[in-house]
Design a protein around this ligand. Structure first.
Ligand code: PMP
Ligand code: GLN
Length: 379
């Protein structure tokens, strides 16, 4: 069979989760909460199912949920999106990203990717015949090296994918990053695909910013979000895309034939639950205490790290300890210490091995404490 994605392998999240399960290890590899959502949210799903909300939802998403997403976006960004023409509910941020990329990328268009990068961007570009152009983020703190990004722009540049807060590095974009992005794109038809799935998980009083808040960028931006991250329900796969009317029109044509619509009772339940914005605005605080607990423990190990600014991930470096390939070390740690992490080489197109591992600290405190105990023994 001719493969359209010859270089694509089984996702590292699947590989490490399978390994963690085989060795009964604590899975700090794949990024998902190790605790449940609010019982009330589950009750709402049951209630909607029992009331018979079990058939196709409207293709753009349940109206009430789009209203709640509008409210959340207005509170977060201070920007208004039209409920009927600028907000689409998707099957996770993964679908939103795929459809946004497919909406604008044609054969031979170049798309700038900042690496290390989440794994779903490149295949979506390639399936559309586009060409990813890679720029490496700063290897210490994952900030954006703007001079290199500038050099990567060409006549063929059609889009840039940004991810803020960043997975895996936890870098949070600053105002100056958006100013430079705006200068670089200028009046050109270059689209911004903005992956903001960790938009409510920022630490140390940082404030989330988005290209949709910048006048010169808003008309070219697709904001891709995930309610799975925000409400501890990654398995429900409910995401969304915010984009101006012209972009949303194109987006919806494709979304219509990728999934048509997204699971109905989950949309109604989330819409009801989101009536109270404190249910999502507390998230940074909630995860900050988990980050601090995990980092206090990490200090007792031999790993080096800079505290993550956002997301529920912490990267650590072991360059000073060993030359072992990151995948080998991650495997060994899963088998011997029974703690699984992600080797970051899998976030680079050329598997660049910077000797960095990523841990997910979205777990119960006692699980994090046990993981730290095992890591101290291992190091
Ligand atoms: N983007 C990033 C940066 C992610 O970490 C993830 C997964 N957690 C996604 C997109 C996909 O989100 P979803 O599960 O809503 O499809
Ligand atoms: N986004 C999650 C992570 O970064 C994984 C999602 C998945 O397994 N595809 O770990």
């Amino acid at each position: 069979l001719f493969s359209k994605l010859p270089q694509t392998e089984i996702s590292i999240f699947t590989l490490m989760t399978d390994l963690a399960n085989s060795y009964n290890a604590i899975n700090l590899a794949q990024g998902f909460p190790g605790f449940d959502c609010y019982p009330y949210l589950q009750d709402l799903v049951t209630e909607y199912m029992q009331k018979g909300f079990n058939q196709y939802a409207p293709s753009h998403g349940v109206g009430l949920l789009r209203q709640r997403i509008e409210e959340k976006s207005r509170l977060l960004y201070g920007v208004q999106f039209d409920v009927d023409t600028e907000i689409t509910v998707t099957s996770g941020a993964t679908e939103a990203l795929y459809v946004a990329i497919t909406s604008v990328v044609k054969v031979d268009d170049e798309v700038i990717i900042l690496e290390p990068a989440y794994d779903c961007y490149v295949p979506a570009i390639q399936l559309n015949g586009g060409l990813p152009v890679f720029v490496q983020l700063d290897s210490e703190n994952f900030s954006v090296p703007w001079e290199k990004v500038k050099d990567a722009f060409s006549e063929k540049t059609k889009a840039i994918i940004i991810n803020n807060p960043h997975n895996p590095g936890g870098y949070v974009w600053k105002k100056s990053d958006f100013e430079t992005l705006s200068q670089l794109t200028g009046d050109r038809e270059i689209y911004i695909i903005s992956d903001e799935v960790y938009d409510h998980i920022l630490f140390d009083e940082r404030k989330h910013l988005s290209p949709c808040m910048v006048d010169s960028l808003k008309s070219k931006t697709f904001v891709c979000g995930s309610l799975g991250k925000t409400f501890h329900v990654t398995g429900w796969k409910i995401g969304y895309c915010l984009a101006p009317v012209k972009l949303t029109k194109e987006f919806r044509k494709i979304h219509q034939y990728v999934t048509f619509s997204t699971a109905t009772p989950f949309q109604f339940a989330l819409a009801d639950f989101m009536i109270d914005p404190t249910r999502y605005f507390h998230l940074g605080e909630f995860y900050e205490s988990k980050r601090n607990l995990f980092l206090n423990g990490l200090k007792e190990t031999l790993f080096e790290f800079t505290p993550t600014e956002g997301s529920f991930f912490q990267t650590v470096s072991y360059k000073h300890l060993s030359k072992e390939a990151d995948y080998e070390l991650a495997k060994k740690m899963t088998v011997r210490a029974r703690v699984a992490a992600i080797p970051i080489s899998y976030f680079y197109h050329d598997k660049k091995d910077e000797k960095v591992l990523r841990f997910c600290f979205a777990k119960e405190d006692d699980v994090l404490e046990e993981a730290i105990y095992r890591l101290i023994e291992f190091c």
